[in-house]
Ligand binder design. Structure first.
Ligand code: TYD
Ligand code: MG
Length: 451
């Protein structure tokens, strides 16, 4: 019998009987890849959740029992997971190559294998390489099993024999199923391998961590559906030149997606950063123009960060703009506001913006500090010492209130700041006694207040 061939979109998972240059569902180009489905007798495609539970049940009658979790002993990781990895959950750890995913997972094993049986499968490194890394990380865990393998059938059968409580697959791009013709690392292989692992996880109640590499655009290399399949998606990010790394939950069925974990890469692996604000401010130059301390919220935690800017005369016709750690478009918008509303003629200046420590500030509350850093560099005048700021900037140059003002002010106070430039918003009166609160209405007022 001739085997049926279908085409799958790597972006959205759309299935079509013929090839398209543009996916009819999500509109992405060149994402359709050939895929030969297995006959239904093979393990794929059966919904394991539905088995035995296919009748409507009253919500109040569903028993969940206590949600037990494996703790990694790494506080920052456990917090992002929502208090540890839930038994039987499926966790995807994504990040750029070289960011430290393998290091993080190996370090996690150290504590976990004290209470559980852990199998670490690597498709990227040999046993010897893993051992060398473990030695470097000072991981001495007699109960940790390592397997260097890329063949999915082999991985599943070894896993069945060993019956671990926790399985780590590093990385999903390197494993492959022999029965599929597609190349390893391709959409089809990634999807099918993840499917096999998921089935195994749900049937045997094993906790699975898979590593996924992220491509240049910052999305997971491979199908988007991988993110839909798993219970929890963690992204490990940071500037490759900086030593700080942030772990964020992009999706978490067992906890909040607001938390972040901050790590620092050292010679002996990843270290938890207990006091991220202090770490981010280390080496903060005093009396130099072109920098401003911002307070942003990372999940439920306030975090101080140093925003730097450099405005220099343009040498060639078109001014250059470069942004690292802040959104490029946001920066360009703020430059336009500075020009139009504050009379700072930046159109003949190159402007570079950077956040120290490799942190990314995506919150609008970082607008005002960015504006102040740029204005400070443009006028070559430093901000007074001990000043921090936060506030969202609107298109007319007005400052808009932000959430959690009190928490931000307290964090600044804790680290020795005495003045805060902020929007006109209500805060607890007690705070005003701790810190001088300069509440301004517009960007122009803010600049006048400090420069
Ligand atoms: P790795 O965990 O291999 O990254 P990934 O699995 O995400 O590709 O980490 C790689 C980088 O981390 C590598 O460039 C070296 C650095 N590193 C240290 O600086 N110190 C260490 O102790 C270890 C193990 C790695
Ligand atoms: Mg790796």
């Amino acid at each position: 019998m001739k085997q049926k061939t279908v085409y799958l979109c790597s972006e959205c998972g759309y299935e079509a009987p013929k090839w398209y240059g543009k996916c009819p569902s999500c509109g992405a180009w060149n994402t359709m890849a050939e895929f030969k489905p297995q006959p239904p007798s093979a393990a794929r495609g059966t919904n394991t959740f539905a088995r035995g539970a296919s009748r409507p049940t009253l919500l109040s009658d569903i028993e969940t029992g206590d949600e037990s979790r494996f703790r990694s002993g790494i506080g920052e990781l456990d917090r992002v997971l929502g208090g540890g990895a839930v038994h039987g959950s499926f966790v995807l750890v994504g990040g750029e190559p070289g960011i430290g995913k393998s290091t993080l997972l190996l370090q996690m094993c150290q504590e976990m294998c004290k209470s559980a049986r852990v199998l670490y499968v690597s498709g990227e490194e040999s046993l010897r390489q893993i051992k060398l890394r473990a030695t470097r990380l000072k991981i001495a865990s007699p109960a940790l099993y390592i397997l260097a393998e890329t063949d999915m059938d082999q991985i599943i059968s070894e896993t069945e024999q060993l019956a671990p409580d926790i399985l780590i697959v590093d990385s999903i791009q390197t494993v492959y199923r022999r029965d599929l013709t597609a190349a390893p690392g391709g959409t089809t292989q990634i999807k099918e391998c993840a499917m096999s692992l998921m089935q195994y996880a749900k049937n045997k109640s094993v906790t699975i961590f898979i590593v996924g590499h992220v491509n240049k655009e910052g999305t997971l290399a491979g199908p988007k559906i991988l993110e839909h399949m798993v219970d929890c998606v963690l992204y490990f990010e940071g500037e490759s030149t900086g030593s700080f790394r942030c772990l964020r939950a992009a999706k978490n069925r067992y906890g909040s997606t607001n938390e972040i974990g901050v790590f620092e890469m050292s010679d002996h692996g990843l270290l938890e950063v207990q006091n991220p604000s202090a770490a981010m401010l280390a080496g903060h130059p005093q009396g130099a123009s072109g920098n401003c301390i911002a307070c942003v919220m990372e999940g439920s935690r306030p975090l101080l960060a140093e925003v730097q800017a450099l405005a220099a005369k343009t040498q060639f016709g078109v001014p250059r703009r470069t942004a690292a750690g802040v959104d490029y478009n946001r920066m360009v918008l703020l430059l336009a506001i500075l020009e139009k509303r504050c009379g700072l003629f930046l159109s003949s200046s190159d402007v570079y913006c950077n956040v120290v420590g490799g942190l990314r500030l995506d919150e609008p509350a970082a607008d005002l500090p960015m504006v102040l850093a740029i204005a400070s560099s443009f006028r070559d005048k430093p901000l007074p010492e001990g000043v921090m700021s936060f506030g969202e900037v609107g298109l007319t140059g007005e400052l808009r209130a932000v959430s959690n003002a009190a928490q931000r002010i307290n964090e600044g106070y804790r680290l020795g700041f005495h003045t805060c430039i902020m929007p006109q918003q209500e805060v607890d009166e007690g705070l005003a006694q701790r810190m001088t609160l300069v509440r301004v209405q517009t960007v122009a007022d803010a600049i006048r207040a400090v420069l």
